[in-house]
Design a protein around this ligand. Sequence first.
Ligand SMILES: Cc1ncc(C[n+]2csc(CCOP(=O)(O)OP(=O)(O)O)c2C)c(N)n1
Ligand SMILES: [Mg+2]
Length: 523
Amino acid sequence: MNGARALIRTLVDCGVDVCFTNPGTSEMQFVAALDEVPEMRAVLGLFEGAVTGAADGYGRVAGKPAATLLHLGPGLGNGIANLHNARRARTPVVNVVGDHATYHLRYDPPLASDIESLAKPVSIWYRESQKADALASDAAEAVSASYGPPGGVATLVAPADLSWTEVGGPARPVERRERISADPQVVELVAKALHSGEPAALILGGSAVRERGLVAASRIGRATDAKILCETFPANLERGAGLPAVERLGYLAELTIAQLQGLRHLVLVDTPAPVSFFAYPNLPGYLVPDGCEVHVLASDSTDAPRALEDLAEAVTGMRPERTPGSQGAGGEQAHRPDRPTGPLTAESAAAAIGALLPEGAIVSDEANTSGVFIPGATAGCPRHDWLCLTGGAIGQGMPVATGAAVACPDRKVISLEADGSAMYTLQSLWTQAREGLDVTTVIFNNGSYAILEWELSRVGAGTPGPRAKGMLEINRPEIDFAALARSLGVPATRATDAETFTSQLEQALAEPGPALVEAVLAR
Ligand SMILES: Cc1ncc(C[n+]2csc(CCOP(=O)(O)OP(=O)(O)O)c2C)c(N)n1
Ligand SMILES: [Mg+2]
């Protein structure tokens, strides 16, 4: 077999059996090898941002990496923003980037570029294969490296001549590193701090916001009065009726400051200390209050759920839970909002989503300003997963939804998408149609980059003049998202009032396969 086939066979042997791709000439050997390794599912994306974001969404819910296959530096470059988001989510991803044949690079052909400089800022592991026989073993190492801990993007550059050279065969999987246990002394110190009587909070992130971590954290909260918080944009938050609810830190620094005010102990569980998204005149950037001690219970390489269980044992050993209950007690009550009526606003749209969210749904949330009411409206819905915009680079939501749907074909994926962000990686709809993915997209059409209207005044840039305003409006010309969706193969409807939106969403959810509902919000 040639190097390309050995590489793909190795990926499959390592458990990586989905490849999101937008290939070119330097990857043709890999494309040809797909027919020889039928276990590898190849999914075409029509822009690399859709490809890399899909790999992120897949990895977040599958708990294992997908591969990407990208075309030299420019292809990788197009995919960088969503690789940045994947890096922030600590999602395992294996990038395979095709390159020119080793002996061709010296001519500096048009597509040659500095791939390494593009890849390194988003990659936890980087290698350019040097020999055809190394392609497969490098791929096995890339898979192992992507798991971390912490997980991340492993990028392997595959020169074209190595892919067409005959090699000995595939390589064996490489062992993964285990997550470390929390230091028992730290657990003890934190337990004492939580029993000190001084105000304390836990901030959960990363791997701590799934059921096991949430249940352990809620035991800690009941035994100590510590507040249980979670990071602003978790990669995959498990929530809904029966699970302990966790308050997310606010996006606005002012809100986070209020949430953390007066604390003397802050316990970090697989998340960094809170900082504001941007610097603002007259606001601090580091949001830990003065005089508050920061304790790192779990780093990004710690087994965080286990660390929380250890801490729960330690604090209940010192003093039993005040409201004792079995594991899972203290969970959110089941409740849903009523079906809304009247004008279609961010609030009524949220009520519709809360009224209809199916059990086991995976929500990809890039609703931005239109999404502020949705977490509240869905808190008591049946259990579901919530995937956030981890790195602030917009254009993530639709690709992430696509990848999640590939990973979990028997669950409903709901893609909540702001209009401006939707336009970055709209091509995802075409992939959803082509693959028959069960994704229901809601586009929140507010005709604007609304958040930037807030931000403009928050950074002290004054009152916008007509030219400044023009940079924040996207309704000249009006975008018809339902028509765009249909042209990409996704059935779509458009709603301008709450009742119509609710019934259109209900219908979209009732049908398997992709669908889109455009919510034209009252302006
Ligand atoms: C890759 C990238 N480019 C640009 C930005 C800057 N940016 C932040 S929010 C935003 C507009 C968001 O508009 P929309 O998605 O419609 O959400 P809304 O604010 O209207 O709720 C832009 C352009 C960004 N965050 N990421
Ligand atoms: Mg908008």
